[in-house]
Design a protein around this ligand. Sequence first.
Ligand SMILES: [Zn+2]
Length: 363
Amino acid sequence: MPELPEVETIARDLRGLVIGARIVGARSDWPRTLRSHDPEAFARALVGREIVGVGRRGKQLLVWLGPAGDADGDGASPDPAVLTVHLKMTGQLFVVEAGTPQDRHVHVVLAFADGRELRFRDMRKFGRMGLYRRDLATGLPVEGEAAGVLARGAEPLAGDFTARRFAETLARRRGRLKTLLMNQDFLAGVGNIYADEALWRARLHPLRDAHTLGAQDARRLHKALRDVLAEAVERRGSSVDDYTAPQGDGSMQEHLAVYQRAGEPCERCGRPIKRIVVGGRSTHFCSWCQRLPAEQRAAAGKLLRSTGDVGQPRATRRGTRWTELSGEGVLGRATDEEARARRIAANRQAASTRRAAARGGVT
Ligand SMILES: [Zn+2]
């Protein structure tokens, strides 16, 4: 699932593509993608509005819309609005010329006056879009309009997310670190990938009780979180599973130390990365570099044995890209972009072969 760096990348890409675009139509063939379940009302409320900005809160994208105006007297709300987009497992956003071929997984389309379309493609159909009146001061839905939709936790890359504040909130929390980091009401935007990576960087065991962290531990974890998220934003996110951004894939997946690397040697100590299952989610760590304090081991025993040492190692999975639907060049990519895409595919293949060889070495 796309996390903070992936959604931030999509927001940045979209800014250059859709700000200033005026919406002239909206359609959806899957009402449940819309939080209102009502495609007609959704279209009525959108038509006539201009996209004035794109932001992010946690793992959700915020598309800011100007007033609809009242010229056609269609009864649409004249208030500034915000469209929230949660990509969940497989959501993807693309901006293409109307008439560009599409497959059956495109479930929401916004048509622009300039002849382009913003398309939401979502194979598993877990993605959700909501349309709300916008609070001009915060950019968020007005109070009470989107209860339970947005994360309430701190934004880890925000200036006010200090080490001190993080340590104070950690000390008050019960529960295991991995679970807590992924709780969107504790911290916004961190999911499975970056929780595992930050804990490895901070040398903290994912099953460690949060309130047992010392001041040094908390400071290290705070720094690890900010560092790994900032690096991932820089690298346009991790293109594992179905994540891609409007302007192309990210490369952070080639720089992950533990996520989906069970059985491969730890970059720090050379011992094999382990995989266990915590709360139904696979969790990757180095049991040598990330020690669990002795007094917490008994309570964690069952979880630690949840899948054995190696689990089911596999190369990083990658879903089909929009640009691959009808072969190369379907979106009119320039020759150098085609060459780049082929180079990335070749690198990925080579990396997966190397990883398979590394796994062969430890089993
Ligand atoms: Zn290690």
